[in-house]
Unconditional design. Structure first.
Length: 246
Protein backbone atom coordinates (compact mmCIF):
# COMPACT_ATOMS: atom_id res chain seq x y z
CA UNK A 1 0.00 0.00 0.00
CA UNK A 2 1.35 3.40 -0.97
CA UNK A 3 0.75 6.78 0.58
CA UNK A 4 0.43 9.83 -1.69
CA UNK A 5 1.03 13.06 0.21
CA UNK A 6 1.08 16.61 -1.13
CA UNK A 7 3.38 19.08 0.60
CA UNK A 8 4.27 22.58 -0.66
CA UNK A 9 3.06 21.78 -4.16
CA UNK A 10 5.11 18.58 -4.42
CA UNK A 11 3.70 15.07 -4.42
CA UNK A 12 5.54 12.51 -2.30
CA UNK A 13 4.90 8.85 -3.04
CA UNK A 14 6.01 6.01 -0.84
CA UNK A 15 5.36 3.50 1.88
CA UNK A 16 3.69 4.58 5.09
CA UNK A 17 6.01 6.23 7.53
CA UNK A 18 6.18 9.90 6.57
CA UNK A 19 7.85 11.94 3.85
CA UNK A 20 11.45 11.41 4.89
CA UNK A 21 13.85 10.95 1.94
CA UNK A 22 11.06 11.00 -0.64
CA UNK A 23 11.86 12.14 -4.17
CA UNK A 24 10.71 15.68 -5.11
CA UNK A 25 8.51 14.59 -7.99
CA UNK A 26 6.56 17.41 -9.69
CA UNK A 27 2.84 17.66 -9.04
CA UNK A 28 1.85 18.00 -12.68
CA UNK A 29 3.00 15.46 -15.22
CA UNK A 30 4.30 16.61 -18.57
CA UNK A 31 2.13 15.84 -21.59
CA UNK A 32 3.84 13.49 -24.00
CA UNK A 33 3.56 12.71 -27.65
CA UNK A 34 3.81 9.13 -28.87
CA UNK A 35 6.98 8.06 -27.07
CA UNK A 36 7.86 4.70 -25.61
CA UNK A 37 7.65 4.37 -21.84
CA UNK A 38 11.44 4.21 -21.63
CA UNK A 39 11.83 7.35 -23.77
CA UNK A 40 9.21 9.26 -21.78
CA UNK A 41 10.96 8.46 -18.51
CA UNK A 42 14.39 9.17 -19.94
CA UNK A 43 13.51 12.56 -21.47
CA UNK A 44 11.63 13.74 -18.39
CA UNK A 45 14.14 12.62 -15.76
CA UNK A 46 16.94 14.06 -17.88
CA UNK A 47 15.20 17.46 -17.85
CA UNK A 48 14.57 17.16 -14.09
CA UNK A 49 18.31 16.64 -13.56
CA UNK A 50 19.23 19.51 -15.91
CA UNK A 51 16.90 21.96 -14.18
CA UNK A 52 17.83 20.82 -10.68
CA UNK A 53 14.50 19.24 -9.77
CA UNK A 54 16.66 16.23 -8.90
CA UNK A 55 19.72 17.69 -7.21
CA UNK A 56 23.26 16.25 -7.12
CA UNK A 57 23.48 13.23 -4.79
CA UNK A 58 19.66 12.90 -4.85
CA UNK A 59 18.60 9.27 -4.48
CA UNK A 60 16.65 8.09 -7.52
CA UNK A 61 13.93 5.56 -6.79
CA UNK A 62 12.79 3.42 -9.72
CA UNK A 63 9.70 2.43 -7.72
CA UNK A 64 8.56 6.02 -7.19
CA UNK A 65 9.31 7.01 -10.79
CA UNK A 66 7.42 3.96 -12.11
CA UNK A 67 4.44 4.89 -9.96
CA UNK A 68 4.60 8.52 -11.14
CA UNK A 69 4.56 7.53 -14.82
CA UNK A 70 2.17 4.63 -14.19
CA UNK A 71 4.50 2.15 -15.88
CA UNK A 72 6.35 -0.96 -14.77
CA UNK A 73 9.85 -0.72 -13.33
CA UNK A 74 11.42 -2.22 -16.48
CA UNK A 75 11.28 0.91 -18.70
CA UNK A 76 12.36 3.01 -15.71
CA UNK A 77 15.43 0.84 -15.18
CA UNK A 78 16.20 0.99 -18.90
CA UNK A 79 15.92 4.79 -18.82
CA UNK A 80 18.20 4.97 -15.80
CA UNK A 81 20.75 2.82 -17.62
CA UNK A 82 20.76 5.40 -20.44
CA UNK A 83 21.16 8.21 -17.93
CA UNK A 84 24.03 6.36 -16.28
CA UNK A 85 25.75 5.85 -19.63
CA UNK A 86 25.58 9.64 -20.04
CA UNK A 87 26.95 10.15 -16.51
CA UNK A 88 23.85 11.85 -15.14
CA UNK A 89 23.26 9.17 -12.52
CA UNK A 90 25.50 6.63 -10.85
CA UNK A 91 24.27 3.22 -9.74
CA UNK A 92 25.73 1.52 -6.68
CA UNK A 93 24.59 -2.13 -6.84
CA UNK A 94 22.74 -3.22 -3.74
CA UNK A 95 22.67 0.33 -2.40
CA UNK A 96 21.19 3.15 -4.46
CA UNK A 97 21.19 5.15 -7.68
CA UNK A 98 22.25 8.76 -7.18
CA UNK A 99 22.27 11.88 -9.34
CA UNK A 100 25.87 12.75 -10.19
CA UNK A 101 27.52 15.94 -9.00
CA UNK A 102 27.54 18.96 -11.28
CA UNK A 103 31.20 19.56 -12.10
CA UNK A 104 32.09 23.24 -12.44
CA UNK A 105 35.86 23.24 -11.99
CA UNK A 106 36.75 21.91 -15.46
CA UNK A 107 34.03 22.93 -17.90
CA UNK A 108 36.53 22.95 -20.78
CA UNK A 109 36.17 19.17 -21.03
CA UNK A 110 32.69 19.79 -22.44
CA UNK A 111 33.05 23.14 -24.18
CA UNK A 112 36.32 22.49 -26.01
CA UNK A 113 35.11 19.37 -27.85
CA UNK A 114 31.70 20.97 -28.41
CA UNK A 115 33.25 24.07 -30.00
CA UNK A 116 35.47 21.90 -32.20
CA UNK A 117 32.59 19.67 -33.32
CA UNK A 118 30.33 22.64 -33.98
CA UNK A 119 33.08 24.29 -36.04
CA UNK A 120 33.47 21.15 -38.12
CA UNK A 121 29.71 20.88 -38.53
CA UNK A 122 29.24 24.44 -39.77
CA UNK A 123 32.12 23.99 -42.23
CA UNK A 124 30.38 20.91 -43.66
CA UNK A 125 27.04 22.70 -43.58
CA UNK A 126 28.32 25.47 -45.84
CA UNK A 127 28.62 22.92 -48.64
CA UNK A 128 25.06 21.68 -48.11
CA UNK A 129 23.18 24.86 -47.29
CA UNK A 130 19.94 25.52 -49.16
CA UNK A 131 17.40 28.38 -49.07
CA UNK A 132 15.07 26.02 -47.19
CA UNK A 133 17.66 25.51 -44.45
CA UNK A 134 18.25 29.27 -44.20
CA UNK A 135 14.53 29.89 -43.77
CA UNK A 136 14.37 27.19 -41.12
CA UNK A 137 17.37 28.63 -39.26
CA UNK A 138 15.82 32.09 -39.26
CA UNK A 139 12.59 30.66 -37.86
CA UNK A 140 14.50 28.84 -35.11
CA UNK A 141 16.53 31.97 -34.37
CA UNK A 142 13.30 33.95 -34.04
CA UNK A 143 11.89 31.33 -31.66
CA UNK A 144 15.04 31.54 -29.55
CA UNK A 145 14.80 35.34 -29.48
CA UNK A 146 11.15 35.12 -28.40
CA UNK A 147 12.05 32.75 -25.55
CA UNK A 148 14.82 35.12 -24.47
CA UNK A 149 12.40 38.03 -24.55
CA UNK A 150 10.03 36.25 -22.18
CA UNK A 151 12.85 34.67 -20.12
CA UNK A 152 10.48 33.32 -17.48
CA UNK A 153 11.86 29.78 -17.49
CA UNK A 154 15.28 28.56 -18.66
CA UNK A 155 14.24 25.25 -20.22
CA UNK A 156 12.41 26.72 -23.26
CA UNK A 157 15.49 28.86 -23.95
CA UNK A 158 17.80 25.86 -23.66
CA UNK A 159 15.60 23.81 -25.98
CA UNK A 160 15.30 26.65 -28.52
CA UNK A 161 19.07 27.17 -28.53
CA UNK A 162 19.68 23.45 -29.03
CA UNK A 163 17.15 23.35 -31.90
CA UNK A 164 19.02 26.15 -33.68
CA UNK A 165 22.40 24.46 -33.44
CA UNK A 166 20.92 21.03 -34.17
CA UNK A 167 19.63 22.37 -37.48
CA UNK A 168 23.22 23.17 -38.46
CA UNK A 169 24.28 19.68 -37.38
CA UNK A 170 21.53 18.21 -39.54
CA UNK A 171 22.69 20.34 -42.44
CA UNK A 172 26.23 19.03 -41.98
CA UNK A 173 24.93 15.51 -42.56
CA UNK A 174 27.32 13.66 -40.23
CA UNK A 175 25.47 11.56 -37.67
CA UNK A 176 28.61 10.91 -35.62
CA UNK A 177 29.11 14.62 -34.99
CA UNK A 178 25.46 14.86 -33.98
CA UNK A 179 25.70 11.89 -31.59
CA UNK A 180 28.81 13.25 -29.86
CA UNK A 181 27.24 16.70 -29.54
CA UNK A 182 24.07 15.25 -28.03
CA UNK A 183 26.06 13.68 -25.19
CA UNK A 184 27.99 16.90 -24.52
CA UNK A 185 24.81 18.97 -24.67
CA UNK A 186 23.27 17.28 -21.65
CA UNK A 187 26.13 18.33 -19.36
CA UNK A 188 26.42 21.76 -20.92
CA UNK A 189 22.70 22.33 -20.33
CA UNK A 190 23.13 21.46 -16.65
CA UNK A 191 25.71 24.22 -16.45
CA UNK A 192 23.76 26.67 -18.59
CA UNK A 193 20.41 26.30 -16.81
CA UNK A 194 21.26 29.05 -14.34
CA UNK A 195 23.13 31.03 -16.99
CA UNK A 196 20.12 31.18 -19.30
CA UNK A 197 17.89 32.11 -16.36
CA UNK A 198 19.89 35.01 -14.95
CA UNK A 199 21.97 36.43 -17.82
CA UNK A 200 20.98 38.77 -20.68
CA UNK A 201 21.20 36.83 -23.94
CA UNK A 202 20.89 39.54 -26.59
CA UNK A 203 24.46 38.86 -27.70
CA UNK A 204 23.55 35.24 -28.44
CA UNK A 205 20.66 36.43 -30.60
CA UNK A 206 23.05 38.62 -32.58
CA UNK A 207 25.57 35.78 -32.94
CA UNK A 208 22.89 33.45 -34.30
CA UNK A 209 22.02 36.00 -36.97
CA UNK A 210 25.67 36.43 -38.00
CA UNK A 211 26.09 32.65 -38.28
CA UNK A 212 23.04 32.50 -40.55
CA UNK A 213 24.43 35.30 -42.72
CA UNK A 214 27.77 33.50 -43.07
CA UNK A 215 25.99 30.30 -44.08
CA UNK A 216 23.80 32.17 -46.54
CA UNK A 217 26.92 33.66 -48.17
CA UNK A 218 28.62 30.23 -48.08
CA UNK A 219 31.50 31.84 -46.21
CA UNK A 220 33.13 28.83 -44.55
CA UNK A 221 35.87 30.79 -42.79
CA UNK A 222 33.56 33.37 -41.20
CA UNK A 223 31.04 30.72 -40.19
CA UNK A 224 33.76 28.69 -38.48
CA UNK A 225 35.18 31.71 -36.63
CA UNK A 226 31.73 32.87 -35.54
CA UNK A 227 30.73 29.46 -34.20
CA UNK A 228 33.95 29.05 -32.19
CA UNK A 229 33.62 32.56 -30.79
CA UNK A 230 30.00 31.85 -29.86
CA UNK A 231 30.84 28.73 -27.84
CA UNK A 232 34.04 30.20 -26.34
CA UNK A 233 32.14 33.28 -25.11
CA UNK A 234 29.49 31.12 -23.46
CA UNK A 235 32.15 29.03 -21.70
CA UNK A 236 33.86 32.18 -20.44
CA UNK A 237 30.57 33.55 -19.13
CA UNK A 238 29.84 30.30 -17.31
CA UNK A 239 33.28 30.37 -15.67
CA UNK A 240 32.78 33.97 -14.57
CA UNK A 241 29.38 33.15 -13.08
CA UNK A 242 30.84 30.18 -11.21
CA UNK A 243 33.59 32.38 -9.73
CA UNK A 244 31.00 34.93 -8.66
CA UNK A 245 28.92 32.25 -6.90
CA UNK A 246 31.86 30.66 -5.07
Amino acid sequence: IWNIVEFSGIIYIGNPGGMKNRMPLPKEQTSFERLSAKQRVYETVKDWIIEGQFKPSEKVSDIEIADYFKVSRTPVREALQLLEAQKLVKSYPGKATLVTDLETDNIEKWYQPMATLQQLAVTLAVERVTPEYIRRLRKLADEFAECVKEQTKPMPILHADKEFHSCILEMAGNEYITDFCDVLWIHIQRLEYGFFRDTPLEESIDEHEKIIQALEMKDSYSASVLVKSHWDRTALMIKELNKRDE
